[in-house]
Design a protein around this ligand. Structure first.
Ligand SMILES: Cc1cc2nc3c(=O)[nH]c(=O)nc-3n(C[C@H](O)[C@H](O)[C@H](O)COP(=O)(O)O)c2cc1C
Length: 150
């Protein structure tokens, strides 16, 4: 939705070792990774020098920034760039994830982020951006981007 309005390249972060599909298993693995500070290796490589403006999208995981996003910010120096975080969650908000982005991008300009309720993996609800929900999400995204002067 953001890209429809702003343009730009879309990049999906993929891991060398994908997370398990089982919800309880992934929750447990992510908790262990957060405790130990483990940064899961990324299969996706980005030539970040090509970009001045980066929308950084992620779900809330354990009320934190997902470890793969920490890997991405550890591998890629976003100094001097503008970073705009956006988030989906299952209804509990962004937790500390936006603050973590600020800490991991100390030399970037961070603009106002956006957050919206998405699927609820815990309950097997994997895709919700359709019908009325899609329309409502598009409208919220449009308002936020307009505020940011896009
Ligand atoms: C490992 C894991 C941890 C999660 N922790 C949270 C959480 O702490 N708070 C929350 O609101 N949602 C949590 N969720 C739910 C996801 O944030 C939610 O399903 C996701 O944002 C849906 O995004 P989508 O609609 O773009 O697929 C968690 C999901 C997973 C897989």
């Amino acid at each position: 939705m953001i890209q429809e309005q702003v343009g730009g390249d879309l990049v999906e972060l993929e891991l060398v070792n994908p997370y398990p599909g089982n919800y309880q298993a992934i929750v447990a693995q992510v908790a262990r990774e957060n405790d130990s500070g483990f940064l899961p290796p990324l299969k996706t490589k980005v030539d970040i020098s090509k970009y001045d403006l980066i929308f950084l999208g992620f779900p809330t995981w354990g009320m934190k920034l997902p470890p793969p996003m920490k890997s991405f910010l550890n591998e890629n120096d976003l100094s001097g760039k503008t970073v705009i975080p956006f988030n989906t969650n299952a209804g509990y908000g962004v937790g500390s994830s936006f603050d973590q982005v600020k800490k991991l991008c100390p030399n970037s300009v961070i603009l106002k982020g956006f957050s919206i309720k998405g699927g609820i993996e815990r309950d097997g609800i994997l895709f919700v951006m359709e019908g009325e929900k899609e329309k409502q999400a598009k409208e919220e995204v449009r308002k936020w981007l307009n505020e940011l002067s896009f």
